[in-house]
Design a protein around this ligand. Structure first.
Ligand code: CO8
Length: 268
């Protein structure tokens, strides 16, 4: 696995490629194209290692996650599940890696370039913004192989598209295209394939110019909307806002407005 710091070009090694195409933005590319980027334990571990580096690197303000080849990710590794049965799915290390990915504090944009199926869709769903290329396909086909979503899909998909459509997807295993995914609120924008990465990097770059100390608070507050009842969520939002006043950047932002100049965020 390569070191992400100062990496200008993708080095063709590892199951997750990392580079910094724009200041402040870490681009991670799932790189198991021969298996449509199926989420093996090793691939997830490499993804987590990059995210752990990014979490503590003040130079990274936003992550873009995409896939190499014709797939974002075609799901959990079916071959491994067949070989190891329940031990493949319930492997405590695999689950711990997944949970840590879910807790990554900085914003992640999924740039879905092809198939986002099963665990691949679940990975996109735990990202903060999902963009899709027009040719992308989304689905939870697990039911067709005697399974059902097991890494958050039954919980996050209904929150994204509502119960009825989520049930339709989960119980039939149907695939939907990017335009329908956009209409259902699963993705924020469906764009032409050649625009996907530039658009993702543009948004990520805009996010990375904000305070790296503050954007994680905003992410936590929005995610609370999917985890807590309204009243509790509003209390949580207030608590996070009070905590954020302890950050230098909070006062710097307010001062910059008063002084009619751009803020000089320090990420503290
Ligand atoms: N796992 C492992 N290998 C895969 C996966 C996968 N999820 N998806 C594709 N591959 C492999 C194929 O086996 C093939 O390998 P090989 O060349 O060695 O035979 C290679 O990738 C290319 O795939 P195809 O030849 O099938 O490519 P096509 O373009 O013909 O088809 C599809 C593309 C439609 C995406 C097809 O590959 C497919 O249906 N893939 C499986 C999609 C799927 O079912 N995903 C859900 C998996 S289960 C899951 O994610 C969550 C389970 C959690 C609960 C489990 C409880 C037990």
């Amino acid at each position: 696995m390569q070191n992400i710091r100062g990496t200008a070009d993708i080095v063709d090694q590892g199951l997750v490629l990392a580079n910094v195409p724009v200041s402040g933005v870490l681009l991670l590319t799932l790189n198991r194209p021969a298996k449509l980027n199926a989420l093996s334990k090793q691939l997830l571990a490499e993804l987590l290692a990059h995210l752990n580096n990014a979490a503590t690197d003040d130079a990274v303000g936003c992550v873009v996650l995409t896939g190499h080849g014709k797939s974002f990710a075609a799901g959990a590794d079916i071959t491994d599940m067949l070989e190891r049965g329940v031990d493949s799915y319930a492997d405590p290390e695999r689950i711990s890696v997944w949970t840590q990915i879910e807790r990554f504090p900085k914003p992640i944009i999924a740039a879905v370039n092809g198939y986002a199926l099963g665990g691949g869709l679940e990975l996109a769903l735990l990202c903060d913004i999902v963009l899709a290329a027009k040719g992308a396909q989304f689905g939870t086909p697990e039911i067709k192989i005697g399974s059902f979503p097991g890494d958050g899909g039954t919980q996050r998909l209904p929150r994204a598209v509502g119960k009825s459509f989520a049930m339709q997807m989960i119980l039939t295993g149907m695939m939907i295209d990017a335009d329908l995914a956009e209409r259902k609120g699963l993705v924020s924008e469906a764009v032409d394939a050649e625009t996907l990465l530039p658009r993702a990097l543009e948004l990520a770059s805009a996010i990375a110019t904000m305070s790296v100390a503050i954007t994680p608070f905003a992410k936590r507050a929005v995610n609370a909307a999917f985890e807590m009842p309204l009243e509790q969520g509003i209390r949580h939002e207030r608590k996070l806002n009070i905590e954020a006043f302890a950050k230098e950047d909070r006062m710097e932002g307010l001062r910059s407005f008063k002084e009619k100049r751009p803020p000089n965020f320090k990420g503290r």
